[in-house]
Design a protein around this ligand. Structure first.
Ligand SMILES: C[S@@+](CC[C@H](N)C(=O)[O-])C[C@H]1O[C@@H](n2cnc3c(N)ncnc32)[C@H](O)[C@@H]1O
Length: 280
């Protein structure tokens, strides 16, 4: 597998590796048969290295829970609403376009760094895997001009959109995050949806998170922001949010009771899942 120079892009191999592990469980929360190929040996090495160094071998269930949570949310939104355009913001090695069922006429845009998307495209083409909707890759830097490439690729801002920013916000500074949200909102017609996972700032700053923080920073993917009141934050941009903590009803899936991310460090750590809507 070609080397990905961007350390943040490499986190996509890591999350793919966690999805591959989940796929192999007899009680899996979702199927992702391409995840192993997309993660490659590097994804496996990053996952094992991080869990070994920081978590003393403990497997954090957050990735499996959040994947299933957003699978369910997306399926509900396209079924109940009129949404036929979905944007995976920082798609990484996400394979939802291929592994889920989508109504006819659905288009999924996958936004991420061009190098990562090229690699993903090569790996998926080699598996001869076919998407279940129209799938459009849009290479862009989310801290620069990403809206023009997305519009050029065909996104219609006059139609409702479902946005999913999974595994992204904490890697952005607060100002980059706010700019992204402002731009994204500008492309969101009434009836649009926004989904994201995020973490509380107080939790990031807490002493219990010190080892985690330092390890992430030393690998080139520091957590740079959090938010203790996501409902109010999103409200200022015109979104009405429902915030669910991991382990709460709807975000447990039988995996969370007593979850730890390391011995003695409770799993939740202020992490949560957001589903927000805009007017409509
Ligand atoms: C942890 S991965 C998450 C990928 C996928 N959403 C998932 O949950 O598996 C973070 C992703 O954010 C992307 N990313 C981070 N900063 C970015 C930026 N400035 N522009 C484009 N993509 C970025 C990385 O390339 C990487 O694919």
């Amino acid at each position: 597998m070609p080397e990905l120079p961007d350390p943040l892009a490499r986190t996509a191999l890591w999350t793919a590796s966690m999805r591959a592990r989940e796929h192999d469980r007899p009680d899996r929360l979702f199927c992702d048969p391409l995840a192993r190929v997309l993660a490659g040996d590097e994804g496996l090495a990053i996952m094992r290295g991080f869990e070994g160094d920081v978590q003393d071998g403990v497997e954090d269930p957050a990735l499996a829970v959040r994947t299933r949570f957003f699978d369910d949310a997306l399926a509900r939104i396209v079924k109940d609403g009129n949404i036929r355009q979905i944007v995976l913001v920082a798609a990484g090695m996400d394979t939802r376009a291929l592994r889920m069922r989508w109504p006819g006429g659905t288009t999924m845009y996958e936004l991420d760094r061009p190098g990562l998307l090229n690699l993903k495209d090569q790996l998926i083409s080699a598996q001869a895997a076919e998407p279940a909707c129209r799938r459009i890759l849009v290479g862009a830097d989310l801290t620069a001009d990403w809206t023009a490439p997305l519009l050029d690729a065909g996104l219609d801002p006059g139609t409702s959109t479902a946005w999913l920013a999974e595994g992204l916000l904490y890697f952005l500074s607060a100002s980059q995050r706010d700019t992204l949200l402002h731009e994204l909102t500008g492309l969101s017609d009434q009836g649009s949806w926004l989904m994201a996972d995020y973490v509380g700032q107080a939790s990031i700053d807490s002493p219990a998170m010190c080892a985690w923080r330092e390890s992430m920073a030393s690998r080139g993917h520091a957590w740079r922001s959090g938010c203790d009141d996501p409902g109010s934050w999103l409200e200022t941009f015109g979104w009405h949010a429902t915030v669910t903590g991991y382990g709460e009803p709807g975000a447990d899936y039988g995996r969370w009771a007593g979850a730890e991310v390391a011995p003695g460090v409770a799993g939740t750590r202020g992490r949560y899942l957001v589903i927000a809507s805009r007017g409509g």
